[in-house]
Design a protein. Structure first.
Length: 349
Protein backbone atom coordinates (compact mmCIF):
# COMPACT_ATOMS: atom_id res chain seq x y z
CA UNK A 1 0.00 0.00 0.00
CA UNK A 2 1.27 3.45 -0.85
CA UNK A 3 1.09 6.11 1.85
CA UNK A 4 1.61 9.77 1.18
CA UNK A 5 2.82 12.33 3.68
CA UNK A 6 2.10 16.03 3.36
CA UNK A 7 5.12 18.30 3.08
CA UNK A 8 3.39 20.82 5.35
CA UNK A 9 0.63 20.76 7.90
CA UNK A 10 -0.41 23.56 10.27
CA UNK A 11 0.25 23.11 13.98
CA UNK A 12 -3.04 24.20 15.56
CA UNK A 13 -4.32 23.42 19.05
CA UNK A 14 -6.78 24.35 21.76
CA UNK A 15 -5.48 27.89 22.12
CA UNK A 16 -6.11 28.64 18.43
CA UNK A 17 -9.60 27.16 18.76
CA UNK A 18 -10.33 29.29 21.83
CA UNK A 19 -9.15 32.58 20.30
CA UNK A 20 -10.94 32.02 16.97
CA UNK A 21 -14.15 31.10 18.78
CA UNK A 22 -13.78 34.23 20.88
CA UNK A 23 -13.39 36.37 17.74
CA UNK A 24 -16.40 34.71 16.08
CA UNK A 25 -18.60 35.09 19.17
CA UNK A 26 -17.60 38.74 19.56
CA UNK A 27 -18.86 39.49 16.05
CA UNK A 28 -15.49 41.12 15.14
CA UNK A 29 -14.75 38.99 12.11
CA UNK A 30 -13.62 41.62 9.58
CA UNK A 31 -10.67 43.99 9.72
CA UNK A 32 -11.44 45.63 13.07
CA UNK A 33 -11.13 44.03 16.47
CA UNK A 34 -8.89 43.56 19.48
CA UNK A 35 -6.82 40.66 18.09
CA UNK A 36 -5.58 42.82 15.20
CA UNK A 37 -3.97 45.43 17.41
CA UNK A 38 -2.62 42.79 19.77
CA UNK A 39 -1.11 40.79 16.89
CA UNK A 40 0.60 43.82 15.34
CA UNK A 41 2.07 44.88 18.71
CA UNK A 42 3.25 41.40 19.61
CA UNK A 43 4.67 40.64 16.16
CA UNK A 44 6.61 43.93 16.15
CA UNK A 45 7.99 43.05 19.60
CA UNK A 46 9.01 39.57 18.39
CA UNK A 47 10.95 41.15 15.53
CA UNK A 48 12.41 43.99 17.62
CA UNK A 49 10.89 46.78 15.50
CA UNK A 50 8.54 49.65 16.31
CA UNK A 51 5.92 48.81 13.65
CA UNK A 52 4.18 45.79 12.12
CA UNK A 53 1.40 46.19 9.55
CA UNK A 54 -0.86 43.13 9.14
CA UNK A 55 -2.02 42.22 5.62
CA UNK A 56 -4.22 39.68 3.84
CA UNK A 57 -1.23 37.57 2.66
CA UNK A 58 2.50 37.69 1.98
CA UNK A 59 2.19 38.65 -1.69
CA UNK A 60 0.24 41.82 -0.98
CA UNK A 61 2.61 42.57 1.93
CA UNK A 62 5.41 42.78 -0.66
CA UNK A 63 3.33 44.90 -3.01
CA UNK A 64 2.28 47.20 -0.17
CA UNK A 65 5.89 47.73 0.92
CA UNK A 66 7.07 48.54 -2.60
CA UNK A 67 4.08 50.77 -3.34
CA UNK A 68 4.54 52.66 -0.06
CA UNK A 69 8.16 53.34 -1.03
CA UNK A 70 6.96 54.79 -4.35
CA UNK A 71 8.32 52.08 -6.66
CA UNK A 72 6.62 52.53 -10.03
CA UNK A 73 6.82 52.37 -13.84
CA UNK A 74 10.33 52.78 -15.21
CA UNK A 75 11.96 51.51 -12.01
CA UNK A 76 14.00 48.33 -11.72
CA UNK A 77 14.00 46.08 -8.67
CA UNK A 78 16.61 43.36 -8.20
CA UNK A 79 15.16 39.93 -7.31
CA UNK A 80 16.93 36.57 -6.87
CA UNK A 81 16.37 34.11 -9.71
CA UNK A 82 15.60 31.35 -7.21
CA UNK A 83 12.48 32.24 -5.24
CA UNK A 84 8.72 31.83 -5.13
CA UNK A 85 7.00 33.72 -7.93
CA UNK A 86 5.39 36.28 -5.57
CA UNK A 87 8.72 38.05 -4.95
CA UNK A 88 8.81 39.09 -8.61
CA UNK A 89 5.06 39.44 -9.16
CA UNK A 90 4.86 42.17 -6.52
CA UNK A 91 7.42 44.22 -8.47
CA UNK A 92 5.36 43.81 -11.62
CA UNK A 93 2.17 44.96 -9.81
CA UNK A 94 3.94 48.31 -9.29
CA UNK A 95 4.61 48.60 -13.04
CA UNK A 96 8.33 48.19 -12.32
CA UNK A 97 10.69 45.61 -13.84
CA UNK A 98 12.18 42.72 -11.86
CA UNK A 99 15.86 42.21 -12.68
CA UNK A 100 16.78 38.62 -11.87
CA UNK A 101 20.20 37.76 -10.48
CA UNK A 102 21.80 34.58 -9.33
CA UNK A 103 21.97 33.06 -5.89
CA UNK A 104 25.10 32.06 -3.99
CA UNK A 105 25.91 28.35 -3.62
CA UNK A 106 27.02 29.20 -0.05
CA UNK A 107 23.47 29.92 1.15
CA UNK A 108 21.13 29.65 -1.88
CA UNK A 109 20.18 33.29 -1.16
CA UNK A 110 20.91 36.20 -3.49
CA UNK A 111 24.59 36.66 -4.41
CA UNK A 112 25.49 40.22 -3.39
CA UNK A 113 28.22 40.57 -6.03
CA UNK A 114 25.64 39.68 -8.69
CA UNK A 115 23.32 42.37 -7.29
CA UNK A 116 26.15 44.91 -7.45
CA UNK A 117 26.76 43.98 -11.10
CA UNK A 118 23.24 44.94 -12.22
CA UNK A 119 22.71 48.15 -10.22
CA UNK A 120 22.12 50.95 -12.70
CA UNK A 121 20.47 54.37 -12.94
CA UNK A 122 16.94 52.87 -12.88
CA UNK A 123 17.50 50.55 -9.92
CA UNK A 124 15.37 51.56 -6.93
CA UNK A 125 15.26 48.53 -4.64
CA UNK A 126 16.56 45.06 -3.85
CA UNK A 127 14.23 42.25 -2.71
CA UNK A 128 16.36 39.83 -0.67
CA UNK A 129 14.62 36.48 -0.19
CA UNK A 130 15.37 34.34 2.88
CA UNK A 131 15.17 31.11 0.91
CA UNK A 132 13.70 28.11 2.77
CA UNK A 133 14.25 30.01 6.04
CA UNK A 134 17.92 31.04 5.57
CA UNK A 135 18.34 34.81 6.01
CA UNK A 136 20.04 36.58 3.10
CA UNK A 137 23.39 38.37 3.56
CA UNK A 138 21.81 41.53 5.01
CA UNK A 139 25.10 43.08 6.21
CA UNK A 140 26.56 43.20 2.69
CA UNK A 141 23.19 44.11 1.12
CA UNK A 142 22.76 46.99 3.59
CA UNK A 143 26.16 48.43 2.64
CA UNK A 144 25.39 48.08 -1.08
CA UNK A 145 21.93 49.64 -0.77
CA UNK A 146 23.24 52.53 1.34
CA UNK A 147 25.96 53.20 -1.23
CA UNK A 148 23.41 53.48 -4.06
CA UNK A 149 20.43 54.90 -2.13
CA UNK A 150 18.30 51.76 -2.67
CA UNK A 151 15.41 50.42 -0.62
CA UNK A 152 16.26 47.06 0.97
CA UNK A 153 13.24 44.74 1.16
CA UNK A 154 13.54 41.44 3.04
CA UNK A 155 11.14 38.82 1.71
CA UNK A 156 10.93 36.91 4.98
CA UNK A 157 7.86 34.85 4.02
CA UNK A 158 9.76 31.67 4.95
CA UNK A 159 12.08 32.86 7.72
CA UNK A 160 10.11 34.01 10.77
CA UNK A 161 12.34 33.36 13.79
CA UNK A 162 15.63 33.48 11.86
CA UNK A 163 18.57 35.60 13.02
CA UNK A 164 21.85 37.02 11.78
CA UNK A 165 24.10 37.36 14.81
CA UNK A 166 21.90 38.84 17.50
CA UNK A 167 19.59 40.61 15.03
CA UNK A 168 16.23 39.17 14.13
CA UNK A 169 14.61 38.65 10.76
CA UNK A 170 12.17 41.54 10.56
CA UNK A 171 14.69 44.18 11.67
CA UNK A 172 17.39 43.51 9.06
CA UNK A 173 15.96 45.46 6.09
CA UNK A 174 14.11 48.75 5.56
CA UNK A 175 10.95 46.69 5.26
CA UNK A 176 10.51 42.95 5.82
CA UNK A 177 7.50 40.98 4.62
CA UNK A 178 6.05 37.77 6.06
CA UNK A 179 3.56 35.13 4.92
CA UNK A 180 1.20 33.21 7.18
CA UNK A 181 -0.04 30.79 4.53
CA UNK A 182 -0.94 27.31 5.86
CA UNK A 183 2.53 25.87 5.20
CA UNK A 184 4.47 28.61 7.01
CA UNK A 185 6.14 28.47 10.44
CA UNK A 186 3.22 30.29 12.02
CA UNK A 187 -0.03 30.48 10.11
CA UNK A 188 -3.45 32.05 9.86
CA UNK A 189 -4.47 30.03 6.79
CA UNK A 190 -3.89 33.17 4.74
CA UNK A 191 -2.21 36.27 6.13
CA UNK A 192 0.85 38.47 5.94
CA UNK A 193 2.69 41.32 7.62
CA UNK A 194 5.27 44.02 6.97
CA UNK A 195 7.71 45.10 9.68
CA UNK A 196 9.72 48.29 9.50
CA UNK A 197 11.81 50.66 11.56
CA UNK A 198 10.65 53.56 9.38
CA UNK A 199 7.62 55.40 10.77
CA UNK A 200 7.01 57.15 7.42
CA UNK A 201 6.68 53.83 5.59
CA UNK A 202 4.51 52.32 8.34
CA UNK A 203 2.05 55.25 8.11
CA UNK A 204 1.97 55.08 4.35
CA UNK A 205 1.37 51.31 4.35
CA UNK A 206 -1.54 51.70 6.80
CA UNK A 207 -3.12 54.28 4.50
CA UNK A 208 -2.65 52.24 1.31
CA UNK A 209 -3.77 48.99 2.98
CA UNK A 210 -7.11 50.56 3.79
CA UNK A 211 -8.22 51.85 0.35
CA UNK A 212 -6.28 55.12 0.80
CA UNK A 213 -8.63 56.29 3.57
CA UNK A 214 -7.49 59.24 5.68
CA UNK A 215 -6.85 57.68 9.14
CA UNK A 216 -8.30 60.81 10.81
CA UNK A 217 -11.42 61.09 8.60
CA UNK A 218 -13.56 58.02 8.08
CA UNK A 219 -14.66 57.51 4.46
CA UNK A 220 -12.42 60.27 3.11
CA UNK A 221 -10.27 58.58 0.51
CA UNK A 222 -7.25 60.74 -0.20
CA UNK A 223 -5.72 58.49 -2.85
CA UNK A 224 -6.16 55.19 -4.65
CA UNK A 225 -5.27 52.39 -2.23
CA UNK A 226 -5.97 48.69 -1.85
CA UNK A 227 -7.99 46.40 0.36
CA UNK A 228 -5.03 44.47 1.79
CA UNK A 229 -6.41 44.25 5.35
CA UNK A 230 -6.05 41.27 7.69
CA UNK A 231 -9.15 39.97 9.47
CA UNK A 232 -9.60 39.81 13.24
CA UNK A 233 -10.11 36.03 12.88
CA UNK A 234 -6.73 35.62 11.19
CA UNK A 235 -5.16 37.83 13.88
CA UNK A 236 -6.76 35.66 16.59
CA UNK A 237 -5.09 32.57 15.10
CA UNK A 238 -1.78 34.40 14.92
CA UNK A 239 -1.96 35.60 18.54
CA UNK A 240 -2.32 31.95 19.58
CA UNK A 241 0.53 30.87 17.27
CA UNK A 242 2.79 33.58 18.68
CA UNK A 243 2.07 32.40 22.21
CA UNK A 244 3.12 28.87 21.18
CA UNK A 245 5.99 29.88 18.90
CA UNK A 246 8.81 28.43 21.04
CA UNK A 247 7.16 25.03 21.07
CA UNK A 248 6.41 25.11 17.31
CA UNK A 249 9.89 26.27 16.30
CA UNK A 250 11.63 23.91 18.75
CA UNK A 251 9.87 20.88 17.31
CA UNK A 252 10.53 21.95 13.71
CA UNK A 253 14.24 22.42 14.57
CA UNK A 254 14.45 18.88 15.92
CA UNK A 255 12.83 17.38 12.82
CA UNK A 256 14.97 19.40 10.44
CA UNK A 257 18.16 18.29 12.17
CA UNK A 258 17.10 14.65 12.01
CA UNK A 259 16.58 14.88 8.25
CA UNK A 260 19.91 16.60 7.78
CA UNK A 261 21.76 14.00 9.83
CA UNK A 262 20.15 11.15 7.94
CA UNK A 263 20.33 12.56 4.40
CA UNK A 264 23.53 14.66 4.24
CA UNK A 265 25.86 12.38 2.35
CA UNK A 266 23.60 11.11 -0.40
CA UNK A 267 22.25 14.63 -0.79
CA UNK A 268 23.60 18.16 -0.18
CA UNK A 269 21.64 20.02 2.48
CA UNK A 270 21.18 23.78 2.13
CA UNK A 271 24.35 25.23 3.70
CA UNK A 272 24.03 27.57 6.68
CA UNK A 273 26.34 30.61 6.84
CA UNK A 274 28.41 31.32 9.97
CA UNK A 275 26.56 33.40 12.53
CA UNK A 276 23.17 32.63 11.00
CA UNK A 277 20.28 31.03 12.83
CA UNK A 278 18.12 29.65 10.05
CA UNK A 279 14.36 29.47 10.58
CA UNK A 280 13.27 25.81 10.38
CA UNK A 281 10.85 26.14 7.49
CA UNK A 282 11.92 23.29 5.19
CA UNK A 283 14.73 20.74 5.23
CA UNK A 284 15.96 21.33 1.68
CA UNK A 285 18.48 19.36 -0.36
CA UNK A 286 20.16 19.65 -3.74
CA UNK A 287 19.28 16.54 -5.71
CA UNK A 288 21.81 14.98 -8.09
CA UNK A 289 20.73 14.97 -11.74
CA UNK A 290 18.32 12.16 -12.53
CA UNK A 291 17.18 11.70 -8.92
CA UNK A 292 14.55 14.35 -8.61
CA UNK A 293 11.50 12.08 -8.56
CA UNK A 294 9.93 10.60 -5.47
CA UNK A 295 10.14 6.78 -5.31
CA UNK A 296 8.04 4.28 -3.39
CA UNK A 297 10.03 2.69 -0.58
CA UNK A 298 8.55 -0.54 0.75
CA UNK A 299 5.09 -0.01 2.12
CA UNK A 300 5.44 3.73 2.48
CA UNK A 301 6.16 6.50 0.05
CA UNK A 302 8.74 9.10 1.01
CA UNK A 303 7.25 12.48 0.37
CA UNK A 304 9.20 15.41 -0.89
CA UNK A 305 8.05 18.77 -2.11
CA UNK A 306 9.68 20.26 -5.17
CA UNK A 307 11.74 23.35 -4.34
CA UNK A 308 11.12 26.67 -6.07
CA UNK A 309 12.12 26.76 -9.72
CA UNK A 310 14.45 29.50 -10.90
CA UNK A 311 12.28 32.51 -11.78
CA UNK A 312 14.37 33.28 -14.80
CA UNK A 313 13.18 30.14 -16.57
CA UNK A 314 9.60 31.43 -16.62
CA UNK A 315 8.45 33.12 -19.79
CA UNK A 316 7.96 36.48 -18.08
CA UNK A 317 11.41 36.59 -16.53
CA UNK A 318 13.05 35.63 -19.83
CA UNK A 319 12.32 39.14 -21.03
CA UNK A 320 14.28 40.57 -18.08
CA UNK A 321 17.97 41.15 -17.83
CA UNK A 322 19.72 38.48 -15.80
CA UNK A 323 23.11 37.03 -15.14
CA UNK A 324 24.31 33.60 -16.15
CA UNK A 325 23.23 31.15 -13.53
CA UNK A 326 24.03 28.55 -11.02
CA UNK A 327 20.51 28.44 -9.68
CA UNK A 328 19.02 25.84 -11.98
CA UNK A 329 19.76 22.63 -10.03
CA UNK A 330 16.63 20.88 -8.72
CA UNK A 331 15.98 21.00 -4.99
CA UNK A 332 13.59 18.94 -2.85
CA UNK A 333 12.18 19.86 0.53
CA UNK A 334 11.33 17.56 3.40
CA UNK A 335 8.41 18.09 5.77
CA UNK A 336 9.24 19.79 9.08
CA UNK A 337 5.77 20.28 10.56
CA UNK A 338 5.60 19.18 14.19
CA UNK A 339 4.71 15.48 14.07
CA UNK A 340 6.28 14.89 10.67
CA UNK A 341 9.30 12.90 11.82
CA UNK A 342 7.25 10.22 13.51
CA UNK A 343 5.36 9.54 10.28
CA UNK A 344 7.70 10.54 7.43
CA UNK A 345 10.83 8.36 7.21
CA UNK A 346 14.05 10.22 6.37
CA UNK A 347 14.93 8.36 3.16
CA UNK A 348 17.01 9.86 0.38
CA UNK A 349 14.76 8.90 -2.52
C1 LIG B 1 9.52 33.65 -0.66
C2 LIG B 1 8.04 33.91 -0.67
N1 LIG B 1 7.60 35.15 -0.92
C3 LIG B 1 6.29 35.44 -0.93
C4 LIG B 1 5.34 34.48 -0.67
C5 LIG B 1 3.89 34.85 -0.79
O1 LIG B 1 3.16 34.65 0.37
P1 LIG B 1 1.57 34.34 0.29
O2 LIG B 1 1.42 32.97 -0.23
O3 LIG B 1 1.13 34.49 1.72
O4 LIG B 1 0.96 35.36 -0.59
C6 LIG B 1 5.75 33.18 -0.38
C7 LIG B 1 4.75 32.13 -0.10
O5 LIG B 1 4.98 30.95 -0.21
C8 LIG B 1 7.13 32.87 -0.38
O6 LIG B 1 7.58 31.64 -0.12
Amino acid sequence: MTRRFPVARPCLGELEERYVLDAVRSGWISSHGPYLRRFEEEFAAHCGVPAAVGTANGTVALHLALAAAGIGPGDEVVVPALTYVASANAVTYCGATPVFVDVSPATWCVDVSEVAAVVGPRTRAVVAVDLYGHPADYGALRRLCDRHGLLLVGDAAESFGGRVGDRRVGELADVSTFSFFGNKIITAGEGGCVTTVRADLADRMRLLRNQGMDPRRRYHFVEVGFNYRMTNIAAALLCAQLERVRQIVGRRDEILHRYEEALSGPLDAQPVAAGVRRAPWMASFLVPAGRHRTRATGSSRSWTGAGWRPGRSSSRSRSCRHTRGRSAAPTRSRPTWPGAASTCPPTAT
